[in-house]
Design a protein around this ligand. Structure first.
Ligand code: OGA
Ligand code: MN
Length: 200
């Protein structure tokens, strides 16, 4: 029997091949969303988050980017974080098996956008580091409503794709091709965000 995650991997990969990005819902169960939210809150309260920076120097420029982040490492991950990293690695193997992107490593952080913060239009690629091949964002927001805002906008050649940050939704796109933006929200906006790389 095929696992449900395998079916969703196939779907997201064929979307990426067709149009450079993919979106699937239900990548995480409600229980997993609850657990990851709790972990984020614990890390936040333990002051493990820091203001995110931009470009290679990681300068803090709140008029461009206002989120706070915490990098996730396998060696200090808790049970639910380890499960998430396992699923991510399965996804990476699946991409390698089907797409020949030669993915070798990944980097991932929790992100929390306080009310009213945003990330202006940008590309997820540093000028002197071309290792990032695929960007992925998995939202862990419970009961997110359209009036909460906080949309991710993907700027495509023929249209703007506007994506609500619904809990359990996974968005993957080619890091060096698709410019995107995070719009402000009227409540805190949470995700796990990272990059699959073809160099270590
Ligand atoms: C990023 C980013 C998008 C989102 O962290 O580089 O573009 O929807 N995030 O959170
Ligand atoms: Mn980005």
């Amino acid at each position: 029997m095929e696992e449900t995650w395998q079916v969703s991997f196939e779907s997201i990969i064929s979307q990426i091949i067709d149009r450079g990005y993919g979106i699937i819902d239900g990548f995480l169960s409600e229980e997993e969303i609850t657990q990851l939210n709790k972990s984020l809150t614990d890390h936040y309260q333990a002051q493990e988050f820091k203001q995110a920076g931009i470009s290679k120097n990681q300068d803090i420029v709140k008029s461009i980017r206002g989120d706070e982040i915490m990098w996730l490492e396998r060696n200090n991950a808790n049970t639910i974080e380890t499960e998430f990293l396992n699923r991510l690695e399965e996804f990476m193997s699946y991409v390698n098996y089907t797409c020949f992107l030669g993915l070798r490593s990944y980097e991932i952080h929790y992100a929390s956008y306080p009310v009213g913060t945003f990330y202006k239009r940008h590309l997820d690629k540093f000028r002197n580091d071309s290792g990032r091949k695929l960007s992925f964002i998995c939202y862990i927001n419970q009961q997110w409503e359209p009036e909460n805002g906080g949309e991710l906008v993907l700027y495509l050649p023929d249209k703007d794709e506007v994506v609500l940050p619904l809990g359990g939704r996974l968005v993957v796109f080619e890091s060096d091709k698709i410019e995107h933006e995070v719009l402000p929200a009227n409540r805190e906006r949470r995700s796990l965000t990272g990059w699959l790389r073809n160099i270590d």
